[in-house]
Design a protein around this ligand. Structure first.
Ligand code: DCP
Ligand code: MG
Length: 394
């Protein structure tokens, strides 16, 4: 016999893209625990387990009140045995022993520290850990040659591991907009990623650039990057070319989830005065050339001291250029959250026999592409109720 009054929700749809998930989370104690286990699984090359924990956490995020009793979870989707055990542990003991154990483990701590370096993924970190490298100091003392991205990541470690605020995101948006307008008047720039979903902080700032006339966006990225570089705004950048091939009757069928837009992974040098909104454009270039530490001398207190003294801060910025014909798909694909995106693609494939990417939507039944010029149209093609960005925080 279920006590009806204890039920949190009667019907929760099983795909995250069918649910409205705001930033208001009534179950952080459980979602934090499950997210940490998801992170540990992802860092350990166990993606299947990672997704299972992420789905369980996302379902709990969509509930309108806190869970206080396991019985309230009856009939709710996305909860596997493992996730249920974690929730039970938290309910009964105030914390999950598995989570506490993971947090304390040398392996997890080392994976976090090493993958905290921009340019270092789980595989590289794993390899280093097997060689006994667990800290930044040990990495620096080792004979490893780091690639350009990793060197920049290590050099700006403290800054890049400090969350980016919305105000900083907006300040960078103004700079990027200026760059884009200077090299291609009429081009449009849109804030995407977590900030578009209303998040107050993020690990980076993401922008999507397009032009209302198809084709005018070709060659745009190198010009934007040159402009930014000439003004001293870039500490690091790597641009990848657009590798998405156009076929006779439309964009080629997406072959993987990874999109192939022209993309720039960068580390921005955001001057403090820009950040505070008191713009002194004339002196900007001077300010920017003040300090560019070329060697990483130490981490810890010295580097923190330096970080506090310098008149700028390093911020991760991603730029993506899309032709206008693919803009709606790029916008939807880059707004996130990551799980929301994953669930949209799973819904498309499993429920609608369609393939969704950040470039296009292909209907396998009709063997044709479905065009769209807005996110609303894409949701409609997918037979889903429209979910605005602020409710895609799964
Ligand atoms: N994205 C994706 N799959 C990837 C990379 C990105 O679906 N492998 C999409 C979803 C993300 C968006 O791009 O929301 C931006 O990627 P971020 O990693 O910057 O994620 P967020 O902006 O959501 O998070 P944060 O606020 O930490 O930057
Ligand atoms: Mg982001």
């Amino acid at each position: 016999q279920v006590d009806e009054s204890k039920e949190v929700e009667s019907i929760v749809p099983s795909y995250a893209c069918q649910r409205r998930t705001t930033l208001e989370n009534h179950n952080t104690v459980f979602t934090d625990a499950l997210s940490l286990l998801a992170e540990n699984a992802e860092l350990s090359d166990e993606d299947g387990r990672g997704v299972a924990f992420r789905r369980a956490a996302a379902m709990l995020k969509a509930l309108h009140s806190p869970v206080t009793d396991l019985l309230q979870l009856r009939g709710l989707p996305c909860l596997g045995g493992h996730s249920l055990r974690v929730i039970k542990d938290v309910l009964e003991n105030g914390a999950s022993s598995e989570v506490e154990f993971t947090k304390q483990s040398e392996r997890f701590k080392a994976l976090k520290v090493l993958t905290g370096i921009f340019g270092v993924g789980a595989k590289t970190a794993e390899r280093w850990i097997r060689e006994g490298i667990h800290s930044l100091q040990q990495l620096q003392d080792s004979a490893h040659t780091l690639n350009r991205a990793q060197q920049a990541g290590l050099e700006h470690y403290d800054d890049l591991n400090q969350p980016v605020t919305k105000a900083e995101g907006d300040a960078i948006g103004e700079i990027v907009a200026k760059a884009v307008m200077s090299v291609l008047p009429g081009a449009q720039i849109t804030l995407i990623g977590g900030f578009r979903r209303g998040k107050l902080t993020g690990h980076d700032v993401d922008f999507l650039i397009t032009h209302p006339e198809e084709g005018r966006e070709v060659g745009l990225m190198p010009k934007v990057v040159s402009w930014l570089e000439s003004k001293g705004f870039l500490l690091y950048q790597k641009t990848t070319r657009n590798s998405y091939l156009e076929s006779k009757d439309g964009p080629a069928r997406p072959s993987s989830n990874m999109d192939r837009f022209e993309r720039c992974f960068s580390i921005f040098k955001l001057p403090e005065d820009e950040k505070q909104g008191t713009k002194q454009t004339e002196t900007l270039t001077d300010t920017c050339s003040l300090t560019t530490p070329s060697l990483v001398k130490d981490e810890g207190s010295e580097s923190t001291k330096r970080a506090n003294l310098k008149p700028w801060r390093a911020v991760r910025v991603d730029l993506v250029v899309s032709p206008i014909s693919q803009f709606a798909f790029a916008l939807l694909g880059w707004t996130g959250s990551k799980l929301f995106e994953r669930e949209l693609r799973r819904w498309a494939g499993h429920e609608k026999a369609m393939s969704l990417s950040s470039h296009a939507l292909y209907d396998n039944t009709q063997s044709k592409y479905l065009r769209a010029s807005s996110e609303e149209e894409i949701f409609a093609h997918l037979g889903l109720e429209y979910i605005p960005p602020s409710e895609r925080n799964a």
